[in-house]
Every structure is written in structure tokens, then in C-alpha cells.
Write a protein that binds this ligand. Structure first.
Ligand code: ADP
Ligand code: MG
Length: 226
């Protein structure tokens, strides 16, 4: 479902070109629970952002669900992302002026022709699934970090994406909360066969995935099924 071939990413910072990803090729199948690991600065987020269509490679080919997305313009890429991909961030990134309910509903507002009752049904289902139904009218600053991340997971899933990317999703959580959040994602992967791709150093995640890709200096050092 994802096939990256010879991806390269060069950041242009003033005079200097920084080649962060050199030659990255990888195939990922539907339903995999997989993590990119590697030292800080090795390029994990850069790879995740490219695979997740938040950023474009400098060169190389990236095929997702049969579409060569490197040929897409910005609008097409944003629409494709909205339809196929969910993202979870380290710092939750909830919208502070929206309630828990509205944060989860937000990505659905972008989808045209989705009836209001279907929208409501999906948000309520996810509120149940992440166990936040009794907190639905609170605002992000009124709930804990673990609860915020559960809302962020619900928000990532509400569009029914086939692929979810999570960049250090447990880094701002205590270990008990982190474990609960990982279990929740694992449950969703099992129930819906959603593909999860993490970037993390967190041993708690590393011990739960089916495959580890280690990145060193912008190259895949090891690709190991566990
Ligand atoms: P990781 O997630 O593994 O810590 P990153 O992908 O964030 O690594 O960063 C890899 C390298 O690219 C680092 O040296 C970082 O400073 C650099 N980098 C990341 N984003 C940018 C950017 N937007 N512009 C310039 N350099 C960047
Ligand atoms: Mg990173």
C-alpha cells in the first residue's frame, strides 16, 4: 500500500544544502504496526512527513494506494491526505478553542457530502472508542495529556484513514498513560486493520510493533520483523 523508492530529502537552509535523507526505499503493507527508530536528528520525522504527505521528497518515487503522489500539486496532496491519512503528534496539536467533540469532528468538516447525522455518529463512536464520551464538552486545557492524546487519536481516525502516522506520540506522556495510549492504537489496528507507522525511541512502542526500521544518517540501517 506504500512503496517508497529512492527517496531523497534535501533541506535548503540559506547557503547550505542539508541532505537529510539520502536513498530511502521501503514497502509497507496494509495493517502493519511498524516503527522508525534511530538517534535524534537521524531523519525519522523527515521520512514520516514525506510518507504521510505533509512534506514532499526532493526526488524519488512514492506510491500510496496505487497513486504516484510525487506528481500531485499542493491541493491534490492535501485532499489525498485528508482522505487516506491520519496524523498523531508528540504535542497533541489540538485546537484550543474547540471542545473535545469539535476537535474530533474538525477533519470531517473538510469532507464534502458527508451527511450531518453520519458526522455525528462517527464522532460519538470514536468518543466511545477512546473512552472520552463523558469529557466531550471540555476544552483541551481542561483535560490531561493522556486524554488529549486520546482525543488526537480519535481525530486522526475519524476520516477512516487506511494509514496513521504517529511521530513520538508517547514522548509527552508518563509511562502508564503511554502504555494505555499504545494499547488503544494496537486495538484499533487489530479491529480495523489500520496501518500504523511510528517514529519513536520509546521502548514501550518498540516492544509492541511487528517491524522496526532503523535509520542512521538518512539511510535505512536495518529492516527487521519482530
Ligand atoms: P529525527 O526526527 O530523527 O530527530 P528529523 O527528521 O527531525 O530527525 O531531522 C533530521 C535532520 O534534518 C536534522 O539535522 C534536522 O536539524 C534537519 N531538519 C529537519 N527539518 C528541517 C527543516 N525544515 N529545515 C532544515 N533542516 C531540517
Ligand atoms: Mg523527530
Amino acid at each position: 500500500m506504500i512503496e517508497a523508492k529512492n527517496l531523497k530529502k534535501v533541506y535548503r537552509t540559506g547557503e547550505l544544502d542539508l541532505e537529510v535523507i539520502k536513498d530511502f526505499s521501503l514497502k509497507i503493507d496494509k495493517g502493519e504496526f511498524i516503527s522508525l527508530i534511530g538517534p535524534s536528528g537521524s531523519g525519522k520525522s523527515t521520512v514520516l512527513n514525506m510518507l504521510g504527505c505533509l512534506d514532499t521528497p526532493t526526488s524519488g518515487s512514492l506510491n500510496i494506494n496505487g497513486e504516484e503522489i510525487t506528481t500531485f500539486d499542493k491541493t491534490k496532496l492535501a485532499n489525498f491526505r485528508g482522505e487516506h491519512i491520519g496524523f498523531i503528534f508528540q504535542s497533541f496539536n489540538l485546537i484550543p478553542v474547540l471542545s473535545v467533540y469539535e476537535n474530533i469532528e474538525y477533519p470531517l468538516i473538510m469532507i464534502q457530502n458527508l451527511p450531518e447525522d453520519e458526522r455525528k455518529r462517527r464522532v460519538l463512536n470514536l468518543l466511545e472508542e477512546v473512552d472520552m464520551i463523558d469529557q466531550k464538552d471540555k476544552f483541551p486545557d481542561q483535560i490531561s495529556g493522556g486524554q488529549q492524546q486520546r482525543v488526537a487519536i480519535a481525530r486522526a481516525l475519524v476520516t477512516k484513514p487506511q494509514i496513521v502516522f504517529a511521530d513520538e506520540p508517547t514522548a509527552n506522556l508518563d509511562s502508564k498513560t503511554a502504555n494505555a495510549v499504545i494499547e488503544l492504537m494496537k486495538k484499533i489496528q487489530k479491529e480495523h486493520n489500520t496501518t500504523f507507522i511510528f517514529a519513536t525511541h520509546d521502548e514501550k512502542i518498540v516492544s509492541k510493533v511487528n517491524r522496526l526500521i532503523s535509520i542512521v544518517d538518512g539511510n535505512i540501517e536495518e529492516d527487521r520483523r519482530v
